[in-house]
Design a protein around this ligand. Structure first.
Ligand code: H53
Length: 831
């Protein structure tokens, strides 16, 4: 690195390098300096917002040094890089994470204290970076943390949405969406006004001959929008490695055209052009596991993918290597099918811009890409109308047709007998209108396809992608079970538990090798340890109880069992099963004598999560939960025995408060529908038990922690199809307990029965697609077991400790190492 600095200046440059704070005094100095100079305020009117800004800027200065060095090192060693393409990065807050990763939180705490602030208040000033919907986006954020912590040279590429996921308000029991304007002060992003890419849309393709007589395609005309890069530093834990997350923002291309319009006095239309351009990165689509086929969404996808690929290719070309070495330098991971156009775009660049032959280009493309599938739900699988693609990206549609042609030719050769095969696997669905099947395009364009938990990876290979396994062989398909970063989800969210664990496992090294947790197993029967453990859980519950009191003005008893289901609201996740179970519990309590009631275990049922704004049924579920809460919570017969809480606006920073406070969490999707789930891992890692179905990663969690430490119930995935089949042919009678619940709802016990008619009928009259009735009895029985077991606190706490001790497998570090070895063929860079 040094050698790159020209000789005469070298001494002056190195001598005068910026040094960041080393101790509390220097930290305070930096904070005061930022308040007084960067923010142009006096310390006398430094409020918490200003103190947050200055603290963030002080840490940012530190990070930037490591960030620059990391990027320089990666450039000079010319090592292979991994590019993680994701439309969502659900990052949450950055300051706390940055402080912990560079091990500066204690200094900051002391320093802020001396300046008159509490660190918790300062941390909570920050807006969440909520550029994602749920599991998929948060997984991408955990992966960034692991890639940096493990010293992999990695870049994330995404969109810089002006509005992240909406903020949820609950008004009269209904969800109301409020825009999330999060950018007014964001010290964590660096606009790179010099890093821009012009992106083309629409227009037409003209074929011509080049000087060698070769036919070349020219994509001409249409509209041009400029992508501007915004970079965010991603610090690794206890390493100077600091990676880059590059987010693209759209703005009008500053071509002469606009200028002329302006000159001609067409102000309005020149402003309209600008607004249209800015619309592309304006807002995150708020659907999770649902694709709606909107043109603007496709525009977002191409805009982001084209800018990212231009950037990646530009970086590669600086190395002056031959194209054949591209896959040795570049691995690109497709997070779901959202970035699949990248496959087509790289082929286009190699063919049309770089003049490679088809086969040569295609070999490079397929060696570069890997594709992660995150769902089998039909409504979430992306398909785009051919006509729309033709209109927006005419050249890309031609290339898609060629990819499909060559692919189908190879299939026909291999399976000459199987005529149906061709239409089944065609990238173009011959429907009305014709559709481009993005998952198929992603499979054909990648060298590896993975699912995100064992059951899910098995399911994709035996159901939706079965034919592709026949065509390519099983080796192309693999499993990488999801993981979570223990830095945010244990150390940051639950500092006291982290400290206790560190004290017994030989320090904080367990955060770098989570399997070290197994040392806790020897303390399972240690009474003192159990007591400390239980005290921490109780303190976390007290904190949540205070939060509930302050936001909802409802008093909950921290000694009650906290039963939590927080995640996106979706019928397949079955919050309706949970609330029906709560109603059942309530009806039973009402029937009991006061003596009997005294024997019952008190419970607080806590819900949280957003519904997609257009998902009517999910919104009905939210409404029902809230209405049940308003009846139950003020019923004197029930008192502390049952409380029903709906926490507004569930997001990453709230998860950090809620998860450590749970005794029991619910992961109760219909078997075979939840690809993995990742909050299940977070809850167990924080010493909570789970009630769940045999679905997603619940299965591997069970294998790791042992059957006795989890409450499993319900239908198995192999039986789902038959049950659904029976329902459609009338062999379906609603569970008798559930009938009582429906009776209570339909007689208006929880408000206007008409409001919930659809929720009841979905189960009772319309085939019960999610098998709520089939699983109801076993769900209620299992909840009863939970009540019994919770009474024996010693045994319960032992189970929690044992579970945590066995959770090492679920670190996203393990997961990233598997991707690196099996898919990316990439090594960490020595620091
Ligand atoms: O991805 C998570 C999984 C989870 C799955 C989720 C997901 C989305 O959040 C959005 C779209 C999609 O296709 C999948 O539902 O089961 O844990 C990360 O893999």
């Amino acid at each position: 690195v040094e050698a790159s600095i020209p000789e005469p200046q070298r001494e002056a440059w190195t001598k005068n390098q910026f040094e960041s704070f080393k101790d509390q005094g220097e930290f305070e100095k930096e904070v005061v300096r930022h308040v007084e100079t960067t923010l142009a305020r006096s310390m006398f009117n430094c409020d918490e917002t200003a103190a947050y800004s200055a603290t963030a800027l002080a840490f940012r200065d530190r990070l930037i040094k490591d960030w620059n060095k990391t990027q320089q090192r990666q450039t000079f060693t010319d090592s292979k890089r991994i590019y993680y393409l994701s439309l969502e990065f659900l990052m949450g807050r950055a300051l706390d994470n940055a402080m912990l990763n560079v091990k500066g939180k204690d200094i900051a705490k002391g320093g802020l204290n001396e300046l008159g602030f509490r660190i918790e208040d300062i941390i909570s000033q920050e807006n969440d970076a909520a550029l994602g919907n749920g599991g998929l986006g948060r997984l991408a954020a955990c992966f960034l943390d692991s890639m940096a912590s493990l010293n992999y040279p990695a870049w994330g590429y995404g969109l810089r949405y002006r509005y992240g996921i909406f903020k949820q308000e609950i008004i009269d029991g209904y969800q109301v969406e409020v825009p999330d304007y999060w950018l007014d002060f964001n010290p964590w992003e660096f606009p790179r006004h010099d890093v821009t890419v012009d992106i083309q849309f629409y227009g037409h393709v003209r074929k011509s001959q080049d000087e060698n007589g070769k036919t070349v395609a020219n994509w001409e005309g249409g509209e041009v929008v400029t992508a501007v890069a915004y970079d965010m530093p991603i610090p690794g834990y206890d390493t100077p490695s600091t990676n880059n997350l590059r987010l693209w923002s759209s703005k009008a291309a500053s071509g002469e055209f606009d200028f002329q319009k302006f000159n001609n006095g067409e102000y309005e239309s020149s402003v309209a052009d600008q607004q249209r351009a800015e619309t592309i990165s304006a807002v995150l689509y708020p659907n999770d596991n649902l694709e709606r086929g909107k043109e603007l969404r496709l525009k977002q996808q191409y805009f982001w993918v084209a800018a990212s690929l231009y950037d990646i290719v530009r970086r590669f070309k600086k190395s002056k290597r031959p194209w054949s070495e591209f896959p040795d330098q570049v691995a690109i991971q497709l997070n779901d099918t959202h970035p699949t156009l990248a496959v087509v775009e790289l082929q286009r660049i190699l063919l049309d811009k770089e003049g490679l032959e088809w086969d040569e280009a295609w070999n490079i493309v397929t060696a570069t890409f890997g594709y992660t599938n995150h769902t089998v739900l039909p409504e979430a699988l992306e398909k785009w109308p051919v006509g729309l693609v033709q209109h927006l990206l005419p050249r890309h549609l031609q290339i898609i047709y060629d990819i499909n042609l060559f692919f189908l030719q190879s299939v026909e050769k291999k399976f000459p007998e199987d005529r149906d095969m061709l239409s089944r696997v065609s990238i173009i669905e011959e429907s009305q209108p014709k559709m481009v099947r993005m998952a198929y395009l992603a499979i054909v364009g990648s060298h590896k396809v993975n699912g995100v938990a064992e059951l899910h990876s098995d399911l994709i290979q035996t159901t939706i992608f079965k034919d592709f396994v026949k065509i390519y062989g099983a080796d192309k398909f693999t499993n990488v079970t999801n993981g979570i970063t223990p830095r945010r989800w244990l150390h940051q969210a639950n500092p006291r538990l982290s400290e206790l664990i560190a004290s017994k496992t030989g320090g904080y090294d367990y955060l770098k090798d989570l399997t070290t947790l197994n040392k806790l197993e020897q303390y399972v029967d240690d009474k003192d340890f159990r007591k400390e453990w239980a005290e921490i859980k109780y303190a976390n519950k007290v904190r949540l109880a205070k939060y509930i009191k302050s936001t909802l003005d409802i008093t909950v008893n921290p000694a009650a069992l906290f039963d939590v289901q927080v995640k996106r609201i979706h019928e397949y996740k079955r919050q309706q099963l949970n609330i029906f179970g709560v109603i059942y519990r309530y009806l039973q309590l009402k029937e009991m004598s006061p003596e009997e009631r005294k024997k019952q275990a008190p419970r607080v049922s806590i819900f949280g999560g957003k519904a997609a704004p257009g998902y009517w049924m999910a919104k009905q579920i939210i409404h029902l939960i809230n209405n049940v809460g308003s009846v139950v919570n003020k019923d004197p017969d029930v008192g502390d025995l049952l409380k029903v809480i709906y926490l507004e606006d569930y997001n990453v920073s709230k998860a950090e408060i809620i998860i450590p406070a749970s005794d029991l969490s619910e992961h109760i999707s219909t078997a075979g529908t939840e690809a993995s789930g990742t909050s299940n891992m977070k809850f167990v890692l924080n010493g909570g038990l789970i009630i769940g179905t045999c679905d997603g990663a619940n299965i591997e969690i069970t294998r790791e922690i042992g059957q006795d430490n989890i409450f499993l119930f319900g239908t198995l995935s192999e039986d789902v199809e038959d049950l659904r089949h029976n329902h459609t042919y009338g062999k379906h009678s609603v569970d008798s307990g559930l009938q009582k619940v429906f009776e209570a709802i339909t007689t208006g016990k929880f408000g206007d029965a008409n409001d919930f008619g659809a929720l009841v009928s979905a189960v009772r009259d319309h085939g019960d697609y999610y098998l709520v009735s089939d699983d109801f009895q076993s769900y209620v029985d299992t909840q009863k077991m939970v009540d019994e077991e919770y009474k024996n606190q010693e045994e319960w706490v032992s189970k929690c400790i044992r579970s945590v001790a066995r959770m090492g497998f679920f670190s996203s570090d393990r997961c990233i190492n598997e991707y690196a070895e099996e898919i990316w063929n990439i090594e960490p860079l020595a620091v």
